[in-house]
Design a protein. Sequence first.
Length: 70
Amino acid sequence: MAHTYTALIQQRGEWWVGRIQEIPSVNCQEKTRDELLDTLKITLGEILEINREEAISLVENGYQAVAIEI
């Protein structure tokens, strides 16, 4: 299932900075716009995997995984 996220980016001096609108804890800075977008994508993937692993570690045996669309 593919999801789309919104990167809010801007150039500040010599740096490009950005964050993911839906998950503000994902924020990065790079020297170029393309590097920033790549880093945001990688960081978003990493935090989603960490969150997924943490959620699974907190549930007990016998849980059900149910897809929810909004």
